[in-house]
Ligand binder design. Structure first.
Ligand code: PMP
Length: 360
C-alpha cells in the first residue's frame, strides 16, 4: 500500500490514523458484531457516537452553551437557502460580502428570498483580496451579514472577523473551519460542508445561536428549518451515520494533535513555506494580496501555461495528487488542509523547484 500526497480541494485528504481506525472497526464496531453503519441511528451505540462528536466539536471550537450544533445533509450549498429562510425573521434585506465564486453562489440563492445588499465586492480586482472592515458599508436594518471567510477557489482568506454590531454575522466556513481558533461568540451562524477539514462528504455542520431559531419564512420546507433539527438532535430523519462517525474520528484526531491551537501553528508554517517558495520563484506566481493569502487553498500559475499539463503529469508521477486548479480558473491549486502534513508541503516545494530548474 502506498498513500500519495493529496492536495485535493474537497473531498479532501483525511488523516491516515482516522482511516486506519475506521478500517479496524469496519466489520465489528466495538464488539457489537456489526459495523456502525449497519445499526439504527437511534441505537445507544450510535447515539453515543453522535453525542461524542458534538461534544468534541464543542470542545475544539469552544462553542458557547447558547449555540446549537447541527449535523445536517445537503452540503454548504443547501445552506445558501437555509440561511435566508431561517434568518430573515420578518426582514426583507440581508447584507452580503462578495469575495469570489462561493460568495456569488450564496448571493444568487439568497436573491430568491430577499433583497441582497452587496456591502463590498472585490470583483473589480479579480477577487485577489478581501475588503477591509472600513470598506464594508453595512446596513443596520439588515437581517444578517453573510461572508465567506475563505474562498476555496480564489484562495482568498479574511484576516479578521467583520464587526457587524448587533446584526448577526453568518460565515460559510466550509474551507477554513477548524484550521485555527475562531471566536464563535462573534457569529450568529457558522456553516461548513464536511469534506475539507471535518470529515467525508455527506455531512454539513451548522453552529447557530439559539435566539435566531424558530421564525422561518412562510413555506419553508420542514427539512430546511433549523429549529426542527435542533429539537430532534439532528435526527428528524435518518442522518448520514457513516459520515457522522468518521467525522467524530477526525475530531478525536484533532484533539490528540493539540486542537485548533496546534493546527494554527502547523497551518501557518505550511502556508508560509509554500507562499515563500512561490515568491522566491521566477516561474510560479500567486495573485492574492499577502494579508489575504489563504492558509488552506494555495492557487498558483505557471509562467508558461503550455506547461500546465506537463506539470500535472509529472506531479502525479511524483506522487503529488490533485494539483489541478478549479475548472473555472485553471492553473494549479494546492489545498493544504489540516490532514495534509508539512512533509507533503515540503515534497511539493521540492517538486516545484525541480520543475522550475528543468522546465523554467
Ligand atoms: N462554500 C465553499 C466555501 C466551498 O468551498 C464549497 C465547496 N467547495 C461550497 C460552499 C459548496 O459545498 P457543498 O459541495 O458541500 O455544497
Amino acid at each position: 500500500m502506498s498513500r500519495h500526497f493529496n492536495f485535493s480541494a474537497g473531498p479532501a485528504a483525511l488523516p491516515e490514523e482516522v482511516l486506519k481506525t475506521a478500517q479496524q472497526e469496519m466489520l465489528d464496531w466495538h464488539g457489537c458484531g456489526l459495523s456502525i453503519m449497519e445499526m439504527s441511528h437511534r441505537s445507544d451505540e450510535f447515539m453515543s457516537v453522535a453525542a461524542q462528536a458534538e461534544q468534541d466539536l464543542r470542545d475544539l471550537m469552544h462553542i458557547p452553551d447558547n449555540y446549537k450544533v447541527l449535523f445536517l445533509q445537503g452540503g454548504a450549498t443547501s445552506q445558501f437557502a437555509m440561511v435566508p429562510l431561517n434568518l430573515l425573521r420578518g426582514k426583507t434585506t440581508a447584507d452580503y460580502i462578495n469575495t469570489g465564486v462561493w460568495s456569488k453562489k450564496a448571493i444568487a440563492e439568497a436573491k430568491r428570498y430577499c433583497d441582497v445588499n452587496v456591502v463590498a465586492t472585490t470583483e473589480s480586482t479579480q477577487f485577489t483580496s478581501a475588503p477591509t472592515q472600513d470598506e464594508l458599508v453595512l446596513n443596520p436594518d439588515a437581517a444578517y451579514v453573510h461572508y465567506t471567510p475563505n474562498e476555496t477557489i480564489g484562495g482568498v482568506e479574511f484576516d479578521y472577523i467583520p464587526d457587524t454590531g448587533d446584526v448577526p454575522l453568518v460565515a460559510d466556513m466550509s474551507s477554513n473551519i477548524l484550521s485555527r481558533p475562531f471566536d464563535v461568540s462573534k457569529f450568529g451562524l457558522i456553516y461548513a460542508g464536511a469534506q475539507k477539514n471535518i470529515g467525508p462528504a455527506g455531512l454539513t455542520v451548522v453552529i447557530v445561536r439559539e435566539d435566531l431559531l424558530g421564525d422561518t419564512l412562510a413555506g419553508t420546507p420542514t427539512m430546511y428549518d433549523y429549529a426542527v433539527h435542533a429539537a430532534a438532535g439532528s435526527m428528524n430523519n435518518t442522518p448520514p451515520t457513516l459520515a457522522w462517525y468518521l467525522t467524530g474520528l477526525v475530531f478525536k484526531w484533532l484533539k490528540a494533535q493539540g486542537g485548533v491551537e496546534a493546527m494554527e501553528v502547523a497551518n501557518r508554517r505550511k502556508a508560509e513555506k509554500l507562499y515563500q517558495a512561490i515568491a522566491d520563484s521566477k516561474f510560479f506566481s500567486n495573485p492574492v494580496v499577502k494579508r489575504n493569502q489563504s492558509w488552506m487553498n494555495v492557487p498558483f500559475i505557471l509562467a508558461d501555461s503550455n506547461l500546465d499539463s506537463t506539470f500535472i503529469a509529472e506531479s502525479e508521477k511524483a506522487g503529488l495528487l490533485n494539483l489541478q486548479g478549479h475548472r473555472s480558473v485553471g492553473g494549479m491549486r494546492a489545498s493544504i488542509y489540516n490532514a495534509v502534513n508539512e512533509q507533503a508541503v515540503d515534497a511539493l516545494i521540492a517538486f516545484m523547484n525541480e520543475f522550475e530548474r528543468t522546465h523554467g
